[in-house]
Design a protein around this ligand. Sequence first.
Ligand SMILES: Cc1ncc(COP(=O)(O)O)c(C=O)c1O
Length: 339
Amino acid sequence: MTAARDPFAALDRMPRVRLAFLPTPLHPLPRLSAHLGGPALFIKRDDQTGLATGGNKVRKLEFLLAQAVAAGADCVITAGSTQSNHARQTAAGAASLGLAAHLVLYAPGGVAPAERSGNVLLDHLLGAEIHWTEERAPYAETIAQVEQTLRQAGHRPYVIPYGGSSAHGLLGYVDAMREVAGQIEPRGWFDAHVFASSSGGTQAGLLLGAHLGGLLTTTRILGISVDMSADRLAAQVTGLARAGAGMLGLDWEPDPAQVLVNDRYCGAGYAVVTDREREAIRLLARLEGILVDPVYTGRALAGLIDLVRSGEFRVGQRVLFWHTGGTAALSAFAADLLS
Ligand SMILES: Cc1ncc(COP(=O)(O)O)c(C=O)c1O
């Protein structure tokens, strides 16, 4: 008799450096579930991945930084917003491997913020070099300039894409979906996974992982868009999922009906804090003692709460909310959150 083929075998052959504390905890949210009176809510604690306050990028960086090491890089470059969690986790991952980190961070006027709080403080503590850049500066050109300057100085930089979302990066979330399957098997599956989606790698990885695990017919993978229209983000997720599948030797892309993006909660704009985020943050903090940030996880949780209240998720269902991190940014939003 031949052993059944392991659908994740190709993933286990991919180069990877170990950075994260895995598996991250998965636990019920009994008081929030009771308060909302809808489905049984659970949370996956990817805010506990371990590296310099954790977050979802640590999983991606295990595969991305393996590429940097294989390429013989002595430094990495990546980009993000002023309070980028991705940039901070990249700086931490690079530090742990002895690589220098160059962060292209966008700020109004390309000037460092007066107060170095939240992730900016951590970037400095982690020893990253920050290249402050005008908000509308073209991403690819700015990165290329930093890369060229570093090469001219004799360095070997490796560029990590925006949000760590590439065919390599998303493999971290293929593995994360397998991890969840191992954590809940005896208690049955989830009707839906809900999480903040921005550059799309987390969603693409979860989709590919659910496909490999044979779960896509029973489980909805729902990204709450943080800043992009549903059409654009779904196209991005689809392209990434196809590229990730190709990396594992598969010719696959998700069916459009499987790429679920809800953009009803991002109208206020990126990092603009509204009453929805404020309520979601306070509810989770005061009912469960868990913190989320206003830009990503608070916005996604606000979406989930609204979907429960509007009956989209119902009593009898089981929904897993992915805490993808971001709490390091909280102090930078004190004025918005205490108002
Ligand atoms: C805390 C947090 N959650 C979610 C996301 C979105 O993940 P992705 O870019 O893979 O869509 C990010 C991205 O920066 C993030 O920092």
